[in-house]
Write a protein that binds this ligand. Structure first.
Ligand SMILES: [Zn+2]
Length: 418
């Protein structure tokens, strides 16, 4: 169980919010954690009951990053920005290691740009096998392990993109990462900027979910890295559309101890508290949305502009007695759905099955119900689309693949008009 601050080791903290999710059993992760702020250094993190081996299991077995290439606009934008940053500080001859490369999009992009001395390290056998097929050398390994002898002090640059926010013990990981670098080597990092949630109107599960357990700001990132021989060369914020704001930073590594002063982060917890405050009424708003969605009307849905139906008022009046007995499908089994199941009426619906395109999830269970592929959908049963990013893509898939079931896109209405 992680209760002391991963950066300064202080045991004193304040709880900002307790998060609850419906976590599938095969994840081996707890279904709740406290989001806390360290009283000493101001770092915000999840005080979670999960142990190291739980997360190792999760990222080895429940790897969702290799199978489906990430196509979100924000991710593509971030990859372009990162490639630009690499071109600026690393030459094409330099050796470069992408740790936790996942689907490998950035490695692929760098290869296209003429970088030929590039390597990957990832805990997923799938990810490693896939990128090797494309002629990029990749190693199976975890950021928690000591580097293999042949890889020590070998690289001019290490990329750590969308990794640090996932790690239970970021400090020991950063120490291992420094072992891959030559003296004076560069570390290029990208993490979500939790000090910049003041205007963020995304859904709560976008930032607080079973994977994101460290909530960095530029200040806390410095605190972590300065203590481990890294000093910052360059820093920039990148607004990456549907993903929010990222901190992109380039650090230089030296094995000579440099003195540093830890700076208390006073902004991040305020940014997070404001984000939570804005989300306070979200549960209620989503319940309202479900009740007024024409969910059970046979002619319901957004299809053809939506048809008004008397069943809406019926459902509203008799909501409690009705108990939502008619079966529905839920499309989507990600962090948003796990949050909806525990915090909204979605958890009270009579769910026949969950639908997911991701082959690594099909056949598994969530909340005691089977996860099926779109091919297995039975006719007439309404589908509620619970997808955080681009639900329109699912609507498009439904329309194009000739699925005639009524469907409804559950968006979370607090985002409207913002
Ligand atoms: Zn601390």
């Amino acid at each position: 169980m992680r209760t002391s601050c991963p950066i300064c080791k202080s045991r004193s903290h304040k709880i900002l919010k307790t998060m609850r999710f419906a976590i599938p059993e095969y994840f081996h992760l707890p279904n709740h954690y406290d989001v806390v702020v360290c009283a000493d250094c101001g770092f915000c993190f999840a005080a979670t009951e999960a142990a190291m081996e739980d997360y190792e299991h999760y990222y080895e077995v429940c790897n969702f990053y290799s199978g489906v290439p990430e196509e979100s606009e924000g991710k593509l934008m971030l990859d372009q920005k990162l490639a630009g940053l690499v071109e600026k500080v690393v030459s094409p001859e330099d050796s470069l290691l992408d740790i936790g490369f996942g689907a490998g999009n950035l490695l692929r992009l760098l290869k296209q740009k003429g970088f030929h001395n590039i390597f990957g390290l990832d805990p997923s056998e799938d990810s490693v096998a896939r990128i090797r097929e494309e002629g990029i050398t990749a190693y199976l390994g975890s950021v928690f392990d000591e580097p293999d002898g042949s890889l020590r002090r070998r690289f001019d640059c290490v990329l750590l993109i969308a990794v640090l926010e996932h790690l239970l013990y970021p400090e020991s990981s950063v120490r291992h990462i420094s072992d891959y670098l030559k003296e004076g080597g560069k570390l290029i990092i990208s993490v979500p900027n939790y000090a910049d949630l003041f205007d963020d109107c995304s859904l709560i599960a976008n930032h607080f979910n079973q994977e994101h357990i460290n909530y960095f700001s530029p200040v806390s990132l410095d605190n972590l890295l300065n203590a481990n021989g890294f000093y910052k060369m360059e820093n920039s914020d990148a607004n990456v559309g549907d993903m929010g704001t990222e901190v992109l930073a380039v650090y230089c590594y030296t094995s000579n101890k440099r003195s540093f002063e830890r700076v208390k982060d006073d902004v991040c917890h305020k940014s997070i508290a404001e984000f939570f405050k804005r989300n306070d009424n979200l549960e209620k708003a989503i319940d309202e949305e479900i009740l007024s969605s024409n969910l059970y009307a046979s002619s319901l849905c957004t299809r053809g502009g939506g048809v008004q139906c008397e069943n809406v008022s019926l459902l509203k009046t008799h909501a409690s007695e009705h108990e939502y007995k008619r079966p529905v499908y839920i499309w989507g089994t990600g962090a948003y759905t796990m949050w909806l199941l525990t915090n909204t009426l979605v958890g009270k619906l009579n769910i026949k099955a969950f639908i997911d395109n991701n082959p690594t999830r099909v056949g598994k269970e969530l909340d005691g119900k089977r996860i099926i592929s779109p091919d297995e959908i039975e006719p007439d049963i309404p589908i509620i689309v619970c997808v955080m990013k681009c639900p329109e893509k699912v609507a498009d898939q439904i329309e194009r693949s000739g699925i005639t079931n009524p469907y409804y896109l559950l968006r979370g209405t607090h985002r409207e008009g913002v």
